[in-house]
Design a protein around this ligand. Structure first.
Ligand code: ATP
Ligand code: MG
Length: 556
């Protein structure tokens, strides 16, 4: 952690500075922002950054944020995505003022187009997209207008009307703004405003066969909603000129566009198109696969909304492209889970321990659910003379610094007693099958009068009380930090070992009542959460994150 991130008081980001200045000057009565996802995929951690930013600003400065579905492209959009987006924003802890759809503005946008035509600022062009591209010129060569630009206002009005009425096929005609074919900004060279697309739209059905381009929908939607600060990512910097041009020529509410750098993270990809490929080609089980950088994936994996918000807030935003270490996100997840997760004991690779001098058949011990949270209560843990410990918590010929179980050595069993290894039982092949120990009755946790100090503490479960569960351990989805920048296809860098399944582990019985919404710390093992694939016949736990950053060490 850098010192900068550790300080509770972070300095203002550049948008906060702008807004504070605007408010000081009395420019706005309230701040209005919007989060404008295109419903063509599930939201990812990059979107979470944008959500926390937009909603965070209006929360901080007063005002509200709209959720606007930017559904101007009928082909890729689906209602399933709309639902998942709403779910994710709510889960992150934010409330939008209005749920809006750019498609609700199609009539209004059509009127805006008519206004531009009437002002002589838009024309219908019959050129093919290839012709339009060549006529546009290059960044170093000015473009050239074609003859269609000279059409009269009346002709343009009629043709545009006919486009709307469905008289033409896809691609036969477009509506373009008449701006400047010689502009140094390529986007200003008579940009497309409308195209013909005979496609069914998830909300407007077959009402329209012409659809506005992003540049003719986004700014106008902002304006219709009186958005004061329209925040987007850096790739839209060159679009700002057109954004302002439309507002000026249409004489509508002057929203302003501000840009910040996209959130990129190591060991993953963050474009919906690529994420869709991973889903469609079954490299993952779905959009909410716990290895995905989607909000739904992270949520299923056990990341908390608080941790995601904290990550977005503390890492902040910048005006320059950068890539954030995913380890930083994991840091915030661990920090939050340490405060919230209920402690439980689970043995992954069992080795049987028999307590030879334990006369009772069993007893119930109690232990805190979470020592970090005084309100979390306690749980009961059954103890008996037959226990499981982890196989690697025993060593027949221990090294010097080995403080776990070994012949003649003592350890504490967490929340229970100190035991001493007396005897090792092996099968004919020489494999260790059982460890025989004695326990020290006065060493009971919480009322220890034994005076014995031991260095190692082990987790354990009672054999006859143990319940079994499946464990899914996740690793990075990609083998390299930036799979999109390498040679070849990003999928060449998929980590083939990103999922490891342990079919049967042994858990203490308190886990029987695990809830999907609760996080658990399996002592010494990491943070875990129940997976939605669990059924009454079997529980499945996802590892959210390890207890410490083992990846950083392993990859050094
Ligand atoms: P993708 O490239 O993943 O498809 P997108 O920008 O096309 O993303 P939209 O649905 O259009 O996705 O995005 C909605 C909002 O979220 C936009 O304002 C966009 O700028 C923002 N956003 C998208 N990706 C990121 C990111 N990686 N970091 C920050 N903001 C993002
Ligand atoms: Mg987009």
């Amino acid at each position: 952690m850098s010192a900068e991130l550790k300080s509770e008081e972070r300095s203002l980001n550049f948008l906060e500075e702008i807004i504070e200045q605007d408010l000081k000057e009395g420019k706005y009565k309230q701040i209005v922002t919007r989060f404008p996802p295109e419903p063509n995929g599930y939201l990812h951690i990059g979107h979470a950054t944008s959500i926390c930013l937009n909603f965070g600003l209006t929360k901080k400065y007063g005002g509200y944020t709209n959720l606007r579905f930017d559904d101007t492209n009928p082909v890729t959009e689906e209602t399933e995505y709309v639902e998942s987006i709403k779910d994710d924003v709510k889960w992150l802890g934010f409330e939008w003022k209005n749920e809006l759809y750019a498609s609700d503005y199609f009539d209004k946008l059509y009127e805006f187009a008519i206004t531009l035509i009437k002002k002589g600022l838009a024309y219908v062009d019959d050129s093919t997209s290839e012709e339009i591209a060549t006529q546009k010129g290059t960044p170093t060569e000015p473009g050239k207008r074609n003859k269609y630009a000279d059409r009269s206002i009346e002709e343009n009005l009629q043709l545009f009307e006919e486009m709307k009425a469905g008289k033409y096929k896809d691609g036969e005609k477009v509506l373009r703004a008449k701006i400047d074919m010689e502009s140094p900004n390529m986007i200003m060279r008579d940009p497309l405003l409308y195209r013909i697309k005979h496609a069914y739209h998830h909300r407007t059905a077959d009402k329209w066969c012409i659809y506005p381009m992003y540049d003719f929908a986004h700014g106008q939607s902002d304006s219709i909603e009186n958005i004061t600060h329209s925040i987007c990512t850096l790739e839209f910097v060159p679009h700002r000129e057109l954004y302002d041009w439309c507002i000026e020529k249409l004489e509508i509410y002057p929203s302003h566009q501000y840009e910040f750098a996209r959130r990129n993270m190591t060991y993953t990809v963050m474009s919906k198109r690529k994420l869709l490929q991973l889903v469609n080609e079954k490299h993952v089980t779905g959009w909410d696969d716990p290895r995905m950088p989607t909000i739904s994936g992270m949520r299923r994996r056990g990341y908390t909304a608080a941790a995601l918000r904290e990550f977005c807030d503390r890492v902040g935003i910048s005006k320059r492209e950068n890539i954030v270490d995913v380890g930083l996100l994991e840091f915030f997840v661990r920090e939050d889970l340490n405060k919230k997760a209920l402690r439980r004991m689970v043995v992954f690779d069992p080795l049987k321990v028999v307590i030879t001098n334990y006369a009772a058949s069993e007893e119930i011990l109690t232990s805190e659910n979470n020592p970090e949270d005084p309100n979390s209560g306690t749980r009961e843990i059954p103890f008996s003379n037959e226990l499981y410990i982890e196989r690697d918590d025993f060593m027949e010929t221990p090294s010097k610094k080995y403080f776990r179980l070994a012949p003649g050595q003592m350890v504490r069993l967490k929340s229970a007693y100190i035991i001493k290894c007396e005897n090792v039982i092996k099968d004919e092949a020489g494999n260790i099958t059982e460890i025989q120990c004695t326990y020290i009755p006065e060493s009971k946790s919480g009322s220890d009068t034994s005076g014995i100090n031991v260095k190692g503490t082990l987790h354990w479960v009672s054999v006859k009380h143990a319940i079994s569960a499946e464990i899914r351990l996740y690793d990075r989805l990609f083998k390299v930090e930036d799979p999109s920048s390498g040679e070849g296809d990003f999928k060449d860098y998929i980590n083939p070992d990103s999922l490891q399944i342990i079919k049967s582990v042994f858990a203490e019985p308190a886990l029987k009542n695990a809830h999907l919404a609760d996080s658990y710390q399996f002592i010494r093992k990491g943070y875990f959460v129940l997976d939605k694939d669990s059924s009454t016949s079997g529980m499945i736990f996802n590892r959210t994150v390890g207890l410490k950053d083992s990846w950083a060490k392993a990859s050094k």
